[in-house]
Design a protein around this ligand. Structure first.
Ligand code: TYD
Length: 136
């Protein structure tokens, strides 16, 4: 499977009457070594997490609780992914403009990243992103 495109990946789900369980390991369910995890929570209704792209960072986004939308833009077209199940993850390749919106009450977005936090990896200006994409 090529990991140059955004894609929804189906995670293992261990059904159990005591409660289901899913898991992720580096290079198994995600195509990179997990260097960092962060999560977004307590999002007020109607809030939009601003758009940005990463130069090198790969991400994997899971709706651990509730639901939200991830809108990805590859410089040509925008695709909206509705995340509402904790056994699906969205792989986001580098150089993809992304924003998140439509958060439900008490939703939790878990983001696994291929790199430690690096402010220099961010592209925060959409025109700069478009320009970089057209030069790829
Ligand atoms: P940011 O990624 O800019 O989120 P958003 O684009 O949704 O606002 O992160 C917000 C702030 O959190 C920013 O000041 C940097 C800090 N931050 C870290 O220190 N470490 C991290 O791993 C992340 C993701 C953010």
């Amino acid at each position: 499977m090529a990991f140059d495109q955004p894609q929804i990946l189906n995670l293992p789900k261990i059904y159990d009457s005591r409660g289901n369980l899913s898991f992720i390991e580096s290079y198994a369910q995600v195509p990179f070594a997990i260097a960092r995890a962060y999560w977004i929570y307590d999002v007020p209704g109607g809030q939009v997490r601003n758009g940005h792209a990463f130069r090198t960072q790969q991400e994997f986004i899971i709706a651990l609780s509730g639901s939200f939308d991830v809108v990805l833009d590859d410089g040509i077209q925008e695709t909206r992914f509705h995340m509402s199940r904790s056994y699906f993850g969205l792989f986001v390749p580098p150089m993809t403009w992304r924003r998140m919106d439509n958060f439900s009450t008490n939703s939790i977005a878990l983001v696994l990243s291929s790199t430690p936090y690096d402010a220099d990896d961010y592209i925060e200006d959409y025109d700069e992103f478009k320009k970089a994409k057209s030069n790829e």
